[in-house]
Design a protein around this ligand. Structure first.
Ligand code: IPT
Length: 999
């Protein structure tokens, strides 16, 4: 953890310094404004104006969640995530596509098995979710190389610029992936409605000719030529104004990103001053007034680096309060394309991550890494998305600047959005991060009743610290006009016999709502459930005034409007489930618990699909067919009651299953040494020679006689092993060696079978020069150095011109005392085959250089009969080295449950060791004991076979002379959820086979 804070700060400072420098070179984006030309109209299904997009002529709010299917190599679980996002009330997902996983070798494009996209697009359509496709080729995304395959290290010229070599390198991938995406476009009946070329293209090194619109033309052309016809959307990191419809970039829809609280989760309770975006509306009007205000990535959590604070802290920082204040601020500015990065983060399995992150990519998102939906921020996001989808006026309202004059308190500021009738009052503390609870009255302006100061009856409204609200006036609820409401709307639905409106307020808040009502029975609204609602009649409307409490209150008007007045915690339990395969919202309002995925009505039968974590009362407050005959929950008929108003009540019973999880301390393990290289009789004859005289890397100087950059030899993942052969002359007192592996990497060196030393690594050091004392060598004898280097992935390539992705991995330099450098000849290995990777099912990055990986012993059913029997990784190894522990066990998990399992390591010593966790051959954990922070490694069902035999392998690399042992590793259930999701199909769990040419 050493240096962690300052290093992260330095990183961020450097990041901002580059950005500032870039802006400071004096180019005004307006200099590039070309005559406005809209891109060729290629289709008429997705169109847009200044307010929103239209799909088939209908205005659509895109409330979208970012997910990366490649961060879960179990395609049969993708529908689970999509259903959980649809249940939030979102109607879109944004997905990056990671080139590095699709073209491990130049020209060898592959999108099969877990890397196929068709099943994902099908699942999105089935869930009723549109897709914004973001295939890069550059994506950032905290993945190795920012999505660039390792072989781009060998491509001459600037990356992300129109250098021919770079453009040519991208052609094959863009062509092939576009063909797949193109088939899934809405024009072909698929869910893809937008495509984002490139990514955050606005940072560049000082003096670099930027932006390069010729490059942009080519990038767009590549996509168009390959059949992409949906509109292009841009995503600038901040509103820089380069990639807009009016610059030569000529993008269709302009968008930008925003991560206002940044990524330092160390102080999860601190909201620094000045972090709430305050000028986005005017900036939007300046940069792209003809397109909808689009936030293509808005902060939904944070990434966390090696040695970081852990995602629990990120979750606290970016919690439901953050959503309330920061998201509602965006609604105030009229965002109608709103994508939240991340909505489900997933796992950096199989070395796909960049060196700035560890295995978990949980991100503190609304859906956690294990796909659980029990975070409060999930429920808050559902309230907000459902409200916006229930409020068509939101899409057409004009924005006016915020002002404190809308309330009686200068400490409260309101950003109104207005139509001729409906008005929204986006309300927050003037000092956005105030912790005060502030009383105020709101001045609403209504069409028929003029200006009204509310509440009229009782008390004042109040706003707690770190809260924000959306008040409304002249808000249509079917045939009813809500003259105003201080309570926030969750949803409403108009049915044949009645109309239901659900509103909520924070705990113990005073609220007031007025219903225009000129029908018969005027003035006789009554409380039909709960108590404490003051009801008063004004000319033309009925006023309800109440304090929220855990007791639900329901008011009914004689004209058939049922108003549910909820406490926010109660509102969290309400769902508006959609029918599958419909992009729209559902018509039922259901009170349940943990999760309702979907609902299907067929005549007088109603079928709910959902998940339970306890026995849960179900109440359908609107939309159940009158005279319901059958209510099913996950296919089972429930006893139910239906009252005169059509409300259905029932109970869905949680049945506790019996589960049995193996005790990893008690199963039998097998052990094999994974560093045979240091044995006297080991031959590396068949290893690749590291004999390239001049590196292909045009960015980094080669300091050694032959290149020792692993990328030159097509090794890009996991780890590297070098072998240096020399003849001793007796002068070798020391070896100085500079290695580079990325943040948190380490190295270990042996001379023959003698351990020479290690760089144990810390969170920030990316390369290290170690000077090692060598034993006395016998002159004239041949010796060999073995150098093991951890490979943490390639750096991203954020700043154009810097080509950071080309930062090499391997040995940068060395000095063997008494020798010329050229006295040493080198061999190198990474994963067996390098870019000709052997395991096509698990992709190009899943394996590294270790002996057991080269042999494939991490795969199911390795030939372990002759291996030592062992008590397992807790026995450890007694000297510096690498060992491999393998075991197998059966699982027989109950059907109908989602029981996420994690491998949990105990960490109580300072000992320096590194573990890779392989589950049925899939690398699902890279554990750096002395750096952290991750200790618990979730492995999804489908990678673990829940109904069969599982093979678990742990590689243990001890970096200290006296070895290391794993203190404890356990397989621990993280939740027991009774689910209506259905069966999970295993990912390919292909078994070990003898590998041709393996060394
Ligand atoms: C933005 C990237 O576009 C995205 O790929 C991801 O890296 C995200 O950040 C952080 O998780 S870059 C923004 C931080 C300037």
């Amino acid at each position: 953890m050493l240096f962690s804070f300052s290093a992260l700060q330095a990183l961020l400072l450097a990041f901002f310094a580059v950005r500032t420098a870039s802006i400071a070179i004096g180019r005004n984006p307006n200099d590039w404004i070309a005559p406005y030309k809209r891109g060729e109209v290629l289709q008429d299904i997705v169109t847009w104006d200044d307010k929103s997009i239209f799909i088939n002529g209908e205005r659509v709010l895109l409330f979208s969640g970012e997910i990366h299917p490649f961060r879960l190599p179990v395609p049969s679980l993708w529908p689970d995530i999509l259903q959980k996002i649809k249940a939030l009330g979102y109607n879109c997902v944004s997905v990056y596509i990671d080139w590095a996983l699709h073209e491990g070798k130049p020209g060898d494009f592959s999108a099969e098995g877990v890397f196929a996209w068709e099943p994902f697009f099908d699942a999105a359509k089935e869930a009723g979710i549109y897709v914004l496709a973001r295939p890069g080729p550059y994506i950032n995304a905290e993945v190795s190389g920012g999505g660039f395959p390792g072989w781009l290290q060998r491509v001459p010229g600037v990356l992300r610029d129109n250098d021919t070599a770079y453009m040519e390198a991208t052609n094959n991938y863009v062509q092939k992936i576009s063909e797949i995406v193109a088939k899934a476009q809405i024009t072909n009946g698929g869910p893809v409605i937008l495509l984002q070329p490139e990514n955050e293209y606005q940072s560049f090194i000082d003096g670099f000719p930027f932006p390069n619109f010729n490059y942009w033309d080519q990038v767009k052309d590549q996509y168009r030529k390959a059949g992409i016809v949906v509109p292009f959307i841009s995503n600038e990191a901040y509103p820089a104004g380069y990639i807009t419809p009016t610059t030569e970039a000529d993008i269709d829809i302009y968008g930008h990103d925003g991560y206002p609280l940044g990524f330092d989760c160390a102080n999860p309770t601190v909201w620094p001053d000045g972090k709430l975006p305050s000028d986005w509306w005017n900036t939007h009007l300046r940069l792209a007034p003809s397109t909808p205000f689009s936030l293509v990535e808005f902060q939904g959590g944070a990434f966390d680096p090696w040695g970081g604070n852990g995602f629990d802290k990120c979750l606290s920082l970016l919690n439901q309060e953050f959503e309330r204040v920061f998201y509602k601020n965006n609604y105030g500015y009229g965002v109608t394309i709103f994508n939240i990065y991340m909505t489900w983060g997933g796992t950096n399995w199989g070395n796909l991550g960049h060196p700035g992150g560890y295995t978990s990519y949980d991100y503190g998102a609304v859906v956690d890494e294990m796909r659980l939906v029990n975070r409060e921020k999930y429920s808050e996001a559902k309230l907000e998305a459902t409200f916006l989808h229930s409020s068509p006026a939101y899409l057409v309202a004009d924005r006016i600047n915020g002002s404190t004059s809308w309330t009686t308190s200068p400490d409260i500021i309101v950003f109104p959005a207005t139509t001729e009738t409906t008005k929204f009052y986006f309300t927050r503390h003037t000092k956005y991060n105030s912790l005060d609870s502030t009383s105020y009255k709101l001045h609403v302006s209504t069409a028929s009743y003029g200006n009204i100061t509310i509440p009229q009856l009782n008390n004042s409204l109040s706003l707690n610290g770190r809260d924000a609200k959306v008040h409304v006036s002249d808000y249509s609820v079917g045939d009813f006009n809500i003259v105003y409401s201080s309570a926030e709307v969750y949803t409403w639905k108009k049915y044949n016999e009645k109309t239901v409106l659900v509103v909520y307020g924070g705990p113990n808040e005073q609220h007031e709502l007025a219903i225009e009502d000129t029908s018969e029975g005027y003035g006789s609204a009554e409380t039909i459930e709960g108590s404490g609602v003051a009801i008063a009649q004004k000319t033309g409307y009925t006023v309800l005034n109440w304090a929220t409490s855990s007791e639900r209150k329901v008011v009914k008007t004689p004209s058939g409007l049922y108003v549910y007045l909820l406490d926010r915690n109660e509102a969290y339990n309400y769902w508006v489930p959609a029918t599958p395969a419909s992009y729209g919202q559902g018509s039922l309002i259901v009170k349940a618990g943990y999760l309702i995925r979907s609902a299907v009505t067929d005549g007088t039968t109603l079928s709910l699909i959902g998940d339970l974590n306890v026995t849960t009362p179900i109440e359908i407050i609107g939309g159940a067919p009158q005279g319901l005959t059958d209510l099913q929950f996950n296919g089972e008929s429930l006893d139910f009651k239906q009252d005169d108003a059509g409300v259905v009540t029932a109970t869905a019973e949680f049945k506790k299953p019996t589960i049995s999880i193996p005790d990893l301390g008690a199963v039998e393990w097998k052990y094999i040494d994974s560093l045979p290289e240091i044995k006297a009789d080991y031959s590396d004859e068949t290893w690749p020679d590291a004999d390239l005289e001049k590196t292909y890397n045009d960015k980094y100087e080669q300091l050694t006689p032959t290149s020792l950059f692993a990328g030159d030899y097509s090794f890009h993942s996991g780890s590297l092993v070098f072998r240096g052969h020399f003849k001793a002359n007796g002068q070798e007192s020391s070896l100085t060696i500079n290695t580079q592996g990325g943040s948190a990497y380490g190295h270990s060196i042996w001379l023959g079978d003698k351990f020479v030393g290690s760089w144990e690594g810390n969170d920030v050091t990316t390369n290290y020069t170690s000077t090692n004392t060598l034993p006395n060598l016998s002159s004239g004898q041949d010796y060999v150095l073995t150098v093991v280097i951890d490979h943490m992935g390639y750096d991203e390539n954020y700043v154009v011109g810097e080509d950071e992705m080309k930062t090499p991995r391997g040995i940068l330099d060395y000095t063997l005392s008494g020798h010329d450098k050229s006295d040493v000849t080198w061999k190198i290995t990474g994963n067996l085959g390098g870019e000709d990777y052997v395991d096509r099912a698990r992709g190009p990055l899943n394996e590294g250089a270790l002996f057991v990986e080269r042999q494939g012993y991490h795969l199911p059913a390795p030939p372990a009969d002759d291996w030592e029997t062992s008590e397992g990784p807790t026995t450890g190894i007694s000297a510096a080295g690498v060992g491999f522990f393998s075991t197998s066990f059966d699982l027989d998990m109950p059907d109908g449950y989602d029981i996420p399992l994690s491998f949990v390591f105990t960490n109580e010593t300072e000992s320096a060791y590194r573990v890779q966790l392989f589950v049925n051959g899939w690398q699902f954990g890279k554990y750096v004991h002395n750096v952290g922070p991750q200790r618990s490694f979730p492995v999804p069902e489908g990678i673990l076979d829940y109904h069969g035999t599982n093979w678990v392998g742990l590689s243990l690399w001890a970096l200290e002379a006296d070895g290391a042992k794993v203190e404890k590793v356990e397989l621990v259930p993280q939740a027991v959820i009774q689910t209506g999701f259905g069966k999970v199909e295993n990912a390919p769990l292909t078994k070990w086979e003898k590998r041709e040419g393996a060394y």
